[in-house]
Design a protein around this ligand. Structure first.
Ligand code: SF4
Ligand code: SF4
Length: 99
């Protein structure tokens, strides 16, 4: 049987000990990633089964649930299309942004 590799836990005492890397130390609320978007998700609620999968998969936490229905926050949705891909009823359409 193959031996498991010994994992070594790296512990940093403070942020100053971190290796050089990009990181955010403040809130992302001001980084409105919606400005990057050229296509946007539009949810057809008539075919939504309120499963919450789009909410769970959105990498930008741009879908919230209001009165048990999914709502897209277009200030932060960057149009990646993951919600549309994962929706089991395919009721999310990715449509071109109007300029
Ligand atoms: S398109 Fe991407 S960022 Fe926008 S709501 Fe769907 S999963 Fe989230
Ligand atoms: S994944 Fe699709 S069916 Fe499920 S809550 Fe979102 S929009 Fe509705």
């Amino acid at each position: 049987m193959k031996k498991k590799k010994q994992a070594q836990k790296i512990v940093f005492k403070s942020e100053r000990d971190f290796p050089l890397m990009p990181m955010s130390t403040g809130t992302m609320l001001h980084n409105k990633t919606g400005a990057w978007r050229n296509i946007k998700p539009v949810i057809d609620l008539d075919n939504c089964i309120q499963c919450g999968i789009c909410w769970k998969f959105c990498p930008d936490v741009s879908i919230f649930v209001e009165d048990e229905w999914p709502v897209v926050d277009y200030d932060y949705c960057k149009g990646c299309g993951i919600c549309a891909e994962e929706c089991p009823t395919k009721c999310i359409a990715m449509v071109e942004e109007e300029k």
